[in-house]
Design a protein around this ligand. Structure first.
Ligand code: 5GP
Length: 181
């Protein structure tokens, strides 16, 4: 793990190592596997940020009867929320009667998550569960509570392991937090 990462003039310092991430991904995968026993779930990976978490999580859950699809929303520009949620790429697949597990990178205000769940509920799935790598409970503007959380974190801007700064640094294997002076 690098002792700092600089991108677009901002400095980030180590926050969660790849080993800590792997441990929590395993724990969450175990919880989901147990809850979904005997079911054929549909995992909905929320692009772009959740691609790395979803790849690790879904492999770790290991249900061969599961399916994977992708949705994409956006609410962020730079390091602060624009407060606007726009749907970029919706779901074309019929999810009626399915057990859906949304896989997200981070729940911040909860606006994206609550909008997504409300939107998907209209399509009559049998159940919807929400798994997130990171949750910032103190930033909540909606009271939204994810069903599965790998890490609860304070309201600081983080990058790496799929999470970006203006599209960059998603490749990092560890998670870094913005450095405060
Ligand atoms: P919410 O709608 O919960 O406020 O925001 C959810 C989205 O904001 C996430 O999917 C993610 O794209 C972005 N976001 C929120 N906090 C962070 C953060 O600390 N780092 C990065 N890179 N993105 C964040």
């Amino acid at each position: 793990m690098d002792n700092k990462v600089t991108v677009d003039g901002l400095t980030f310092v180590p926050y969660l190592t790849r080993d800590e991430i792997a441990t929590q991904v395993k724990r969450v995968a175990g919880e989901i596997r147990e809850d979904l026993e005997g079911k054929s779930p549909l995992f909905l990976c929320v692009l772009n940020g959740a691609f790395m978490f979803a790849a690790d999580l879904i492999r770790e859950i290991g249900i061969n009867d599961s399916r994977i699809n992708f949705v994409r929303y956006a609410s962020y520009e730079g390091t602060s929320s624009t407060g606007k949620i726009k749907e970029i790429m919706g779901l074309t697949e019929d999810i009626e009667g399915l057990d859906v597990v949304i896989v997200e990178d981070i729940v911040d205000t909860g606006l994206t998550a609550s909008m997504m769940v409300a939107d998907l509920k209209k399509r009559n799935p049998r159940s919807i569960m929400f798994a997130t790598l990171l949750h910032k409970p103190e930033s909540s503007k909606t009271g939204f509570k994810p069903d599965y959380v790998a890490f609860s974190i304070p309201p600081k801007f983080i990058i790496g392991y799929g999470l970006d700064l203006d599209g960059k640094v998603r490749n990092l294997k560890d998670i870094y937090v913005i450095k405060e002076d």
